[in-house]
Every structure is written in C-alpha cells, then in structure tokens.
Write a new protein. Structure first.
Length: 219
C-alpha cells in the first residue's frame, strides 16, 4: 500500500483539550500538503479553519468524548458545526442508553442528527457514529451495527481515543459481518504504527482516525 493510498483514508486528528491554534494550523497544513481524507478537529476550531483553509475537508466531533449530553444539545452542536463549515460529523452515542437498553433513543438521536445534516437540496454531510467499543459487550456491538444501519449513518466508528482502549481488529471484523452494505467503518484510537494502519484498512476500515500518520510515513 502506497503512502498516498494510506493518506487518502486518514482523518488527520487533533482533539486534545489543550490544542492550540498553532497546533491546529500545523495539522491543517499537513492535511493539505499530504492530501489526507480530512482533518478532525474540536468544534471551536471549525469556523477559523474553514476561513483560513478554504476547500479543506473538515470533520468535527459532537457530544465528545463522553456522549451523554442530551440529544437537543448534540443537535444544536451539529447545526452550529455544519453552519461553521464542517463536512463530516463524528457523534458519540449515549452509553447510558446502551446500558439501559434504550436503543430506540439512540436510533432517534442519530436520525435527528442526520436530519440536521441534510440541506434543502437533499445533500447531506457525512455522519460517523462513535460507539466506543471498549465499553460494549459483543451483543451490544452487534446491536449498534443494526442501529447505525437503520438510522442511516454513513460510518460506524470504533472509539473516541479517550476510553479505556482504542480500536481492535476483531471489532472491525465483527462490524463487517453485521453492518448494512451502505455503512462504512472508521477505526480510531491507539493506531500508532504503519503496520497498524495497513492492518485496519485490510480488515475493512475505510477511514483511520489518527494523529500519527504523517509522522509515521514521512519521518
């Protein structure tokens, strides 16, 4: 797999709570120079990045990293992110709802976010649903594959990178068996070597969320 092929699947990511504007600018400059799939940045940086880096594909996070903010808050966050220039939305599910068996609540939340991301012309921003696999049983992972598919999201995503563990190849393989044909997979969290990146892509991930790809491939 060539460097260009790998970079075209990378969401070049910086989500530290202490991320400075200079660090974000460096991330964006690298994304432009190395043609990554997107930059994944905190919501507060979406608007300034959209002004300074015209044409750059911007991804941001919603309900991040814990996911248990109320649905109305997530919808408002999403609306602001889209108006500010975000093209891709990575939203964290409410793990409390998972553990309480309230799967219909999760599906409705994703549906409302999908609706918020849909323009008058019918065009829609990409939605990735973060299910934080480290906290899920296998049965819950399979159930979330069904929910994400039925709600019409574009991706199921493994992790925030802030949980007790990140992406695992076994989860990618499990997702492939249970998601709908239109749903893609994003692996993120703890992916720090070229071998890891290639393994996740070969296992079926269409996107990789990492802050390490450029450094790994060109250092």
């Amino acid at each position: 797999m060539t460097n260009s092929e790998i970079l075209g699947k990378i969401d070049h990511t910086l989500l530290k709570m202490t991320s400075s504007w200079e660090e974000i600018k460096t991330l964006c400059e690298e994304a432009v120079n190395f043609k990554t799939a997107s930059v994944c940045i905190p919501p507060c940086y979406v608007k300034p990045v959209s002004y300074e880096f015209i044409g750059l594909n911007i991804c941001t996070v919603i309900g991040f990293p814990l996911g248990y903010s109320i649905t109305a808050s997530k919808v408002l966050e999403t609306e602001y992110a889209v108006l500010s220039g975000a093209n891709e939305i990575d939203v964290v599910i409410n793990m409390c709802d998972v553990k309480n068996g309230n799967f219909d609540y999760i599906k409705e939340e994703i549906r409302l976010i999908r609706e918020t991301c849909t323009g008058a012309s019918g065009s829609r921003k990409i939605i990735k649903v973060i299910v934080e696999t480290c906290y899920l049983t296998e049965e819950e992972k399979i159930r979330m594959c069904k929910i994400v598919t039925e709600a019409g999201a574009d991706f199921i995503k493994t992790s925030t990178g802030f949980g007790t563990a990140g992406a695992a190849l076994a989860d990618i393989e499990l997702f492939k068996k249970h998601i709908g044909s239109e749903v893609k997979i994003k692996a993120s969290g703890g992916i720090k070597t070229r071998e890891n990146i290639e393994a996740f892509i070969n296992a079926g991930a269409s996107r990789i969320g990492t802050s390490s790809a450029v450094k790994l491939l060109f250092s």
